[in-house]
Design a protein. Structure first.
Length: 133
């Protein structure tokens, strides 16, 4: 799917490799606007494993793209390269209209899987730190 300049690829099993990103987006109809007619929407994220909060990012302004009329789309990507493998995570993403305070939260479960070597690939030889004699 293409949404406001972002490419969204559904991953039904919520399993990703470390070279992928999670993209989350939301449509907002008639968001509050500032004096320059720009939307006043904010984003907050919290990351959980096993029901325990590991990290949280406070609400921060999020730029949007006007799709048509009063419809805007807002979104962001989360690179997965630094996440531990084979751990079940839960990402809670909250969008808030800064002026009205209206907030919507979505939950995205995901696991970053270990990448398997392509079929027929030969593993690289182990390197040695011992000096040669």
């Amino acid at each position: 799917y293409h949404l406001g300049g972002m490419q969204l690829i559904p991953v039904p099993d919520n399993r990703y490799t470390s070279n992928q990103n999670i993209t989350y987006a939301v449509y907002v109809v008639r968001p509050s606007l500032d004096e320059q007619q720009q939307p006043k929407v904010e984003l907050s994220m919290a990351l959980y494993t096993g029901g325990k909060k590991n990290d949280e990012q406070p609400f921060a302004p999020l730029p949007g793209v006007k799709i048509a009329g009063d419809i805007w789309v807002f979104g962001q990507m989360l690179p997965l390269s630094g996440f531990r493998r084979d751990v079940e995570f839960e990402l809670r993403v909250s969008f808030r209209d800064e002026k009205s305070g209206l907030t919507r939260t979505g939950t995205i479960p995901f696991t970053v899987i270990k990448e398997e070597a392509p079929a027929g690939a030969t593993p690289a030889p182990a390197s040695s730190t011992e000096p040669k004699k």
